[in-house]
Design a protein around this ligand. Structure first.
Ligand code: PXP
Length: 255
């Protein structure tokens, strides 16, 4: 099965919000990424609306041909938004629940599914009941930790997205040398966790701090279904355009 690419376009909205204007438009970014072969468009509707706005998600849900993955905190406000979008449009086809702190620059660390098991079970059930037809896929952004994987399964998640931040840090420290002990250990931890995730019947996703240098070993993990990548692709797009930057990443993922 090919590994699907989800392009996170939050940074496009960050640039727009710098002037509180209309451009660049995240919907146009979604079209460019789609034309380059991205199967999924990812946006994070943050509580403080620092980049993506409610109307962005609405327009993407209405017009995006790729699958829309809405990242959000497990709050009642966000669940309400996801459910009302699903009543009005085909998307989002997937919700990824993430931890959210107002002060953070970007998502830091995985969601503690184990520590809030009852709440997670309730939120997942409400999201999965949304819409008709194929229903909504609900994914948990977690550390590659067996206890969090088991808890995600018990809560009813369809997928786990492993936080690849620690792997990316180990990769950078090792200068990309896959024989470097700490990097080897981090990859082994991800492989074991991936095996556990799939053995429990959940889809395996990964994301955070993946880039053009470090993506290959993660794309090659057995059973890897989706990678969600933002910062590296949008940064590269400044120089070569979003379509070319997405095509380059897809080529690396496909090997
Ligand atoms: N996956 C999740 C759950 C995220 O929160 C983020 C960051 O918004 C990403 C993937 C993409 O991370 P990056 O921008 O580092 O590629």
């Amino acid at each position: 099965m090919p590994v699907l690419l989800g392009v996170n376009i939050d940074h496009v909205a960050t640039v727009r919000q710098a002037r509180r204007g209309d451009e660049p438009d995240p919907l146009y970014a979604a079209f460019e990424a789609q034309l380059a072969g991205a199967e999924i468009i990812t946006v994070h509707l943050r509580e403080d609306r620092r980049h993506i706005q409610d109307h962005d998600v609405q327009r993407l849900a209405a017009h995006c041909q790729a699958r829309l993955n809405l990242e959000m905190g497990a709050t009642d406000e966000m669940v309400g938004i996801a459910l009302s979008l699903r009543r009005a449009y085909a998307g989002p086809q997937m919700v990824t629940l993430v931890p959210e702190k107002r002060q953070e620059l970007t998502t830091e660390g995985g969601l503690d599914v184990r520590g809030q098991a009852a709440r997670m079970k309730d939120v997942v059930a409400r999201l999965k009941a949304a819409g008709t037809g194929a229903g909504m896929t609900v994914s948990a952004f977690i550390e590659a930790d067996p206890a969090q994987i088991e808890a995600s399964h018990a809560a009813g998640f369809d997928a786990c997205e492993f936080h690849t931040g620690p792997y990316a840090a180990a990769f950078a420290k090792a200068g990309g040398d896959l024989n470097f002990a700490a990097l080897k250990a981090e990859l082994a931890r991800l492989h074991d966790a991936g095996h556990r995730c799939r053995a429990l019947g959940m889809r395996l996703h990964a994301g955070h701090a993946l880039n053009y240098l470090n993506v290959r070993p993660i794309a090659q993990m057995p059973g890897m279904a989706e990678l969600h990548i933002g910062h590296a692709i949008i940064s590269r797009a400044i120089f070569v355009g979003l379509r070319a930057a997405t095509i380059e990443m897809k080529r690396l993922i496909e090997g």
